[in-house]
Write a protein that binds this ligand. Structure first.
Ligand SMILES: Cc1ncc(COP(=O)(O)O)c(C=O)c1O
Length: 394
């Protein structure tokens, strides 16, 4: 079989070892930081967590950062802090991970989906305007792949309709838009520090905000909704009371230590991601039927994903593309099966296939190619060769 034949059709796989679409980069420096934290007096809710929060607040340029056990937990806290509840409607994109909508569903509010702009793949402000009602309470735009949503338009809409904005910036940590750090605008933004994300703490997340009241509520809900110093009990140091139903979304100090040392490397991580993206952009510029990710004007995103769209002219469809890449030992992924395809959103909220044509048209071609700082030049070359070989074959 010729070396130009993709593995799926009988050729030799391009790689012997598996290459995933994302993954962490952890050096001895980080491992030592974690061990040091384990030697400390506090291994959870201690001083390293506070230092991690302060560093993130500083990087984003906001007053408050509240560390959580995951991005999903962060979204839950934002929904509670915003005061969402039954009867409230919260608008978000169908082209996201399910947790985005959980800021609404966990609080028994209704997630209302609005279509995306097929160029940017982020929530379309016009589609949002079309679904606003007097029950709309919030908006959750998402930074797809790290691409900023229409920030100013959403702030204007929120102003006009008195809505709480929660930026799901799980994909965008470390980037800037119009010279402002991603996550710095009102009301709250959330990040995820899952291993595939721009920095990692294993599992982990963060909410950032400039609003003192929201920050207070976020911290309370994160820790059991407990008042640790209730008035009138100053001489009873044990006396702590809960006034509502909170959670234990507290982060350990050893995770925070990992996060802090990952922050020391954020410029290196960004440069590495940018370099891989530049190689892909150059290699794929002339491949017919492969739409490379859109540019983000006035922005310097820290891209989490390199999501291409496979179109008819490529010669095979997305399913064939994904399975052919897997046969090469290159484990590309698809972000995401749209929310309205999931039984949960269909059964609970009445959505169905066909409801959001732009999101579906994008989804039909979507494939995330490997993008993470641990990749070396030969990994990138393998991905390029696999795509070129598949294109040539078809
Ligand atoms: C857009 C988006 N929102 C929310 C989440 C949830 O984050 P976590 O996995 O940290 O709970 C993710 C993570 O996959 C995500 O990609």
């Amino acid at each position: 079989m010729s070396e130009n034949c993709p593995a799926k059709y009988g050729g030799e796989p391009i790689r012997d070892s598996a290459l995933g679409y994302g993954g962490q980069s952890i050096t001895d420096h980080e491992k030592e930081a974690v061990l040091d934290a384990l030697e400390g007096d506090y291994i959870t809710r201690g001083p390293t967590v506070k230092r991690f929060e302060d560093r993130v607040a500083d990087l984003v340029g906001v007053e408050h950062a509240v560390a959580t056990t995951s991005g999903t937990a962060a979204l839950h806290l934002t929904g509670r802090a915003a005061g969402f509840g039954p009867g409230d409607e919260v608008i978000t994109t169908p082209l996201t991970f399910v947790s985005t909508a959980h800021a609404a569903t966990y609080t028994d509010a209704t997630p209302v989906l609005a279509d995306v702009d097929s160029h940017t793949r982020t929530l379309d402000p016009n589609a949002v305007r079309d679904v606003i009602t007097e029950d709309t309470a919030g908006l959750i735009p998402m930074h797809y792949a790290g691409h900023p949503p229409a920030v100013q338009e959403f702030l204007d809409i929120a102003d006009e309709h008195d809505l709480t904005v929660i930026w799901d910036a799980c994909h965008g940590f470390g980037g800037t838009h119009r010279s402002e750090p991603v996550g710095s605008r009102e009301d709250m933004a959330i990040f995820s520090f899952h291993p595939v994300k721009n920095i990692t703490t294993g599992e982990g997340g963060m909410v950032v905000t400039d609003d003192d009241d929201l920050a207070e509520r976020l911290r309370r809900f994160r820790s059991f909704d407990m008042d640790y110093d209730p008035p009138g009990h100053e001489d009873e140091p044990w006396y702590q009371v809960t006034e509502g139903e909170g959670y234990n979304y507290n982060v350990t100090d050893f995770q925070a230590a990992l996060g802090l040392s990952q922050l020391d490397r954020i410029d290196e991580f960004k440069a590495s991601r940018d370099e891989i993206i530049a190689s892909y952009d150059k290699a794929f510029a002339d491949i017919e039927g492969l739409r490379t990710p859109p540019d983000a004007p006035d922005s310097d995103p820290m891209y989490h994903l390199y999501a291409v769209e496979v179109r008819d002219e490529f010669g095979c469809d997305r399913k064939e593309f994904v399975n052919a890449m897997h046969e090469e030992n290159i484990y590309v992924q698809v972000h995401y099966v749209p929310l309205h395809f999931h039984p949960f959103f269909q059964d609970e909220f009445g959505y169905k296939r066909g409801d959001f044509p732009s999101a579906e048209a994008v989804y039909d071609g979507l494939v995330s190619l490997p993008l993470f700082p641990g990749m070396d030049d030969s990994d990138v070359a393998d991905v390029v060769r696999a795509v070129e070989r598949l294109h040539a074959f078809h």
